[in-house]
Design a protein around this ligand. Sequence first.
Ligand code: MTE
Ligand code: MO
Length: 363
Amino acid sequence: MNTWDKRDDMVVHGTDPYNAEAPPGALADQIITPLDTFYSRNHGPVPDLDPGSWRLTVDGLVERPLTLSLEDLRSGFPELSLVATLQCAGNRRAGLVEVRDIPGEDPWGPGATSTARWSGVGLAGVLARAGLLPEAAHIAFAAPDVSRLADPAQPYGGSIPVAKAVGGDVLLAWAMNDRPLSPLHGAPLRVVVPGWIGARSVKWLQRVTAREEPSDNYFQATAYRLLPPEADPAKAGPGDGISLGPVVLNTAILSPGDGDRLRPGLTRITGYAYAGDGRTVARVDVSLDGGDSWIQADLGEQAGPWAWRHWHTTAELGEGETVIAARAWDSCGATQPDSARDVWNPKGYANTSWSRVRVTCAP
Ligand code: MTE
Ligand code: MO
C-alpha cells in the first residue's frame, strides 16, 4: 500500500497530482472494483476538507438557495445506492499515442475505468428542494482544487444538462463500496454522473449552481473536448471542439496481458465492455486473425443500467505470435472502429478503437 491506500502494482502516471490505474489483469472478472484497485484521476492537489465545517451551497436559477451540511443531507433526503462505472475520457489514450504523440497528457492504459457501489442522496431530490426555475438548463458543479497544469491555474468544475441532473440517477455520494468516501475519491461529497465521462463526476463538491448555459469552468468549456486532428490544443479556447458527455462504447482485453508469453492451447480471454448513458452492451466479438473472423464472447452479469459488463471466451492459440482483438456492440447496433488512427484527436480522448493484445506462445 502507498500513501493513497492503493495496491503496490498500480501504474502511476504522476504523483503530484496523483494519477494512477491498476494493471489490466487486476480489473478482470469482478464487477465491483476494490477500493485499492480503483483508478484515480486528479488535476491538482487533493484537498483536505473538514467534514464538520464543510457545506454544500445550492444556488443560481432556483427559488430557494440552500446551504446544507452533511448531516442535513443525511437526515433530509433518502439514502440511495447504485453500482456505476466511472470511465475517464482519457482511458486507453496510450493507443492514440502510438499513432501520434500527445504531449502533456498521460498515456493511460485500459485501467482508467473502474466500478463501485456508490451511496448518498439523489441530486434530483436536492434540486427539487431548491426549486429549479424554468430557465435552468444546466447544473454546474464546483470544487476547491486548482490545477496548476493549466495556464493560468484553473479550479475544477463542470456541468451536466438539467435532464440528466434530474432524471439520470445522478448521486451526491459520501460512500464508495460501503466505506466512507476517501479524500482521494472526493470526501466528504462527490458527484457521480452514471454513464458520463468521469470528468463530470466532480469530487470535493462545494457548489451546485443552476444556470442557463453549461459551466464556464475551464474543464467544461475548454478541456474534455474532442478537437479535430489538425487543431493545436494550446490555441483551443472555450467552446472549441465537441464537448464530451455520455461515454462512448468501449472495450478492453484484460487477460491475457499485452506481451504475455503463454503455452499454446486453449486460452481464456477476458475483458470489460461499457456502453455509456442510454445504451447497453449487446455483444462482444473476439478475433485472432485481424478481424477476418470473429468469436462471440460470453457476457457476464449486467449489474444494473450503469455498470460495465465483463466478458470471457476461450480460444485455441497456436505457436508463435497472435494478436487478439476485441470489439463490442451496443444496444443501438453501433460498434467500435478498427484503428486508433480513425479516432486520433489532439487531446487524446475517447479511444474507442478495437482493443488488441499481442501474445507469444511457445511450448
Ligand atoms: N473532481 C475534482 N474536483 N478534481 C478533479 O481533478 N477529476 C475528474 C473527476 N472529478 C477531478 C474531479 C476526472 S477527469 C475523473 S476521470 C474522475 O474524477 C476520477 O475519479 P476518481 O479519482 O475517483 O477515480
Ligand atoms: Mo477523466
